[in-house]
Every structure is written in structure tokens, then in C-alpha cells.
Write a protein that binds this ligand. Structure first.
Ligand SMILES: [Zn+2]
Length: 314
């Protein structure tokens, strides 16, 4: 049988064997585990079966060796698990810490989530943070997740995410996506001057075809040259993929509209093809600024994610 020794030089007389779900044996000190977890404390109060040829009591646990090695290392005073811990393992450690009510391990998970950059996995970290009741991490991840398209397949950590936390994350994203259209409201501007400036950046032309942009029913948000309205639709698609001001001023997006603008024969008798590109650039920069400001104002209330965990970590 494979063995792994979780004790250190300071703890050289382990008195219990933990057997993992994948057949590893980890030698531990019963007293230390009992001190770290009321569940283990109760468990060790019951005489444990010993295995033939091995004098130490053996305790079978449902977790795998990767998870239990990190969990056990986290409670020994003189050794800390090496970081970064891979996220799928960290999620299992968080689940085990919750199950065995191990506050020191929960604190270790919190430390990992707060100090390790899992920048490419905001949704996975969000789910673990909700499980641990780490509001600050969850809110940060909710904001970071806006920079990525919403995935077709949700990460495995979402299997343990409460419906409440899932709903709050999704509704936060929807509210953020909605700021694209509200940028055209006069109320979204910081001042009348900004609105006047925004309005002056909207291309106007009496010669080329016009379209309206805005809700299907009710008054349109604006009526503008069709090429510009087409640009707004393209910009919105970009923004829904990357919910951030930078999405609407990407050179690819702006150049695409300028190419379309110059292709259209309808524009030969107006000056959209000469004035349009500059108006478009100015509008895009201003729009990005307004969008970023509106996004910062969309709240993700911390009490919205409460309820996944009853043991809050400070
Ligand atoms: Zn025109």
C-alpha cells in the first residue's frame, strides 16, 4: 500500500492512519485532527478498527489523497501546503473543510483564493468563494467574469453552487450587459455638457438612409444614419462578449464599420465617408468611458451571495 507521511520532524510519532478513497495511507496525529475538527473529535472518541499487520487505528475517509494531503498539511503547525493549489483540488478541500468543520482549513482556502492569481478562472473561483462565504472574492470574480463570454459549458465547480448564487451572478451580468443601451440616455451622462458632447458625436446626415436604434416598442433611443446604427448593433455584440468599455473601441470593430461605410454607394453624395470615421472614433472613445462608469455603478450586493455557507471566514 502506498503511504504518505503528513507528519513532520516535530511530529514524528503518528498514531493514526487515514486511508483515502484512492487507497493511500496518510499517517497522522489523532489529537491534532481532533483539535482541528469537532467531527474528527467525535470520530476518534469511538474505537477505530485496526488493520491486520498494522497496529495503528485506520480511518477510512471518502476524500482522495490529493485533497486529504492538502487538508492535513494545512492543520499541522509547522508546515503549510505548497501553493498554488490546483482549483479542482482546492474546491474539494473547501468541501471537506466544510464537512469536517475545520476552520483552520477554511482559512487556508481563503488565503489561497485571496493571494493566488486564478485570473483565467473567475467563474470557478466564484463558485468556491461562494461555498466558503468569501464575499470579497466572489464580488471580485463576478466583475472579472464580465471580461469573458458567458461559457456554453459551466465549470464543474458550479455543480455545488447554490441556485441563489448562480441566479445572482447571472442577473448581475444581465444588468451589466443592459448598460450598453442605457448609455444613450441623457441620465447616463455625468453632466449636461457630456450629453451635449455625446449628442454632437453622433453622426447626422440628411442624405444617406436613416435607421432607428432602441427598443422594439416605444420611442427609439436615437435615429441616425443606417451605417452608424449598424455599427451600434456590432458594438453591442462585442460588448455582450466582453462586458467592458474597451470592447466598443477595438480597432477591428471601428475599422470594420469604416470599411462598410466606404463601400456603400449611397454615401457618395454626402460627407459621411469623410466626416464619419472621425465621428465614429470620437463616439467610440466617449462611449467606452461612459460604459465603464455605468458598469462600476452596477452593484453586486455582498448579502446577495450569503446562504451558501454557514461558516463565514474573516
Ligand atoms: Zn451620409
Amino acid at each position: 500500500m502506498a503511504t504518505s507521511n503528513a507528519s513532520s520532524q516535530l511530529w514524528d510519532d503518528p498514531d493514526t492512519i487515514i486511508r483515502t478513497s484512492d487507497g493511500m495511507s496518510i499517517r497522522v496525529h489523532m489529537k491534532l485532527l481532533a483539535m482541528a475538527s469537532p467531527v474528527f473529535n467525535d470520530m476518534f472518541g469511538i474505537p477505530q478498527p485496526t488493520k491486520e499487520g498494522d497496529q495503528l487505528p485506520v480511518v477510512d475517509l471518502a476524500e482522495d489523497s490529493k485533497t486529504l494531503e492538502v487538508l492535513i498539511d494545512a492543520i499541522y503547525p509547522d508546515r503549510y501546503p505548497s501553493t498554488p493549489v490546483e482549483l479542482s483540488t482546492l474546491n474539494k478541500v473547501a468541501a471537506a473543510a466544510q464537512k469536517y468543520v475545520m476552520r483552520s482549513v477554511q482559512a487556508f482556502v481563503a488565503h489561497c483564493l485571496r493571494t493566488t492569481s486564478y485570473a483565467d478562472s473567475p467563474l470557478r473561483v466564484y463558485a468556491i468563494a461562494c461555498r466558503c462565504g468569501l464575499d470579497d472574492v466572489a464580488v471580485q470574480c463576478a466583475r472579472s467574469s464580465l471580461l469573458e463570454p458567458w461559457p456554453d459549458t459551466l465549470p464543474p465547480e458550479f455543480e455545488d453552487l447554490s441556485a441563489n448564487s448562480y441566479h445572482k451572478l447571472l442577473s448581475f451580468r444581465r444588468r451589466c450587459e443592459a448598460v450598453f443601451d442605457s448609455q444613450l440616455d441623457s441620465e447616463s451622462c455625468e453632466s449636461y455638457e457630456e450629453f451635449a458632447y455625446l449628442s454632437s458625436r453622433l453622426p447626422k446626415c440628411s442624405k444617406c438612409p436613416q435607421s432607428s436604434y432602441g427598443p422594439l416598442t416605444g420611442p427609439p433611443a436615437l435615429i441616425a444614419p443606417s451605417w452608424f446604427v449598424a455599427h451600434l448593433h456590432l458594438a453591442k455584440q462585442e460588448f455582450l462578449q466582453r462586458v467592458d468599455g474597451s470592447a466598443v473601441m477595438s480597432p477591428e470593430l471601428v475599422n470594420k464599420t469604416i470599411r462598410e461605410l466606404r463601400k456603400g454607394e449611397a454615401y457618395v453624395r454626402c460627407d459621411c465617408d469623410t466626416v464619419g470615421p472621425m465621428k465614429l472614433l470620437e463616439f467610440s472613445h466617449l462611449s467606452a468611458r461612459i460604459l465603464d462608469r455605468l458598469l462600476r455603478k452596477v452593484p453586486f450586493e455582498v448579502d446577495e451571495i450569503r446562504g451558501d455557507s454557514d461558516s463565514m471566514i474573516d
